[in-house]
Design a binder for this molecule. Sequence first.
Ligand SMILES: Cc1cc2nc3c(=O)[nH]c(=O)nc-3n(C[C@H](O)[C@H](O)[C@H](O)COP(=O)(O)OP(=O)(O)OC[C@H]3O[C@@H](n4cnc5c(N)ncnc54)[C@H](O)[C@@H]3O)c2cc1C
Length: 306
Amino acid sequence: MNNNFHFQQNVSLAPFSTFHIGGTARQFISVQNPDELLEIIQWANENKIEYKVFAGGSNVVFPDKGLDCLVIQILGGYIKRQENKFIVDAGMLLMDVVSESIDYGLAGLENLSGIPGTIGGAVVGNAGAYGHSISEVVEKVEIWDGKEKRLLTNSECNFSYRESIFKEKPFLVLKVTCKLEKVDSNRLKTISADIIRMREKKYRPGIKCPGSFFKNILTSEIDKDALGRIDTNKIVFGKMPAGFLLEEVGAKGMQVGGIKIADFHGNLFINTGGGTAADVKKLAGILKQKVKEKFGIVLEEEIRYF
Ligand SMILES: Cc1cc2nc3c(=O)[nH]c(=O)nc-3n(C[C@H](O)[C@H](O)[C@H](O)COP(=O)(O)OP(=O)(O)OC[C@H]3O[C@@H](n4cnc5c(N)ncnc54)[C@H](O)[C@@H]3O)c2cc1C
């Protein structure tokens, strides 16, 4: 194995997550590209070492008791451009990919401006905003399926709202091919700047959070009885925002331990300092129960308990 790999022991995971929660990893390594990731994984498999992979840490809640295994972070890589296509290493920050697409006047990613984390993480959770999601531009994904490298077409990724095959199967995303459309770069710059301005109102600088905590609810999945109990004027892009339901049950400002729901948004869990995964789970449980009792709707976490 590459001698330049630098394993660390007993590494605190909290600083690697935007929520700043988590105990220590028994062993930790950060890799910068898909080849390094595969090398480490093959070595771990040969040596029967258990491992878990994360990337930007912007959608995970690490456990308070830490992880008694090797934790691998994939962060970094390159974009290869082929006319209107980008072939991107999974560890590249989505924001860098979005900026580069805008600079080249390639449309399709601009609505994802400001979403933290990597393009690999975005594909896993089919990240999106303002009625668009990354699945709209993904042409294919190179994966490691546990035995070999394979290419999955968009339809083989089973994308749906914040879902993909990568949440069902232990595949690793190695590279993502995005198919974009040539347009005027200035138009994309304006859209992106407007989106970033709107996002900064919700996600203030320095906020310790994992983005939206619960998924919005697809109206197609709400039964008639529950539809009668909600204010359907609040439905946007075919979804009932979880934030509205949470606000109706008094979520804003609620607090358990160090975790508080924002005073200005019902679906925003903030670590005010010293918050734990146990606090998060307790608060999430209380809120799920309240929403179920009032509306008959079962909220589902968008974040991943790691
Ligand atoms: C302030 C803020 C705002 C946000 N706004 C949005 C938003 O508008 N829309 C939205 O959709 N999300 C949003 N999020 C959530 C988050 O940014 C996205 O889910 C992001 O795509 C996660 O990427 P990541 O690299 O951080 O993944 P991580 O959090 O590191 O990992 C998430 C999951 O993906 C898996 N994973 C990561 N990389 C790989 C890989 N290469 N192969 C296989 N599995 C992998 C991990 O194991 C984990 O299960 C926000 C988060 C924050 C903190």
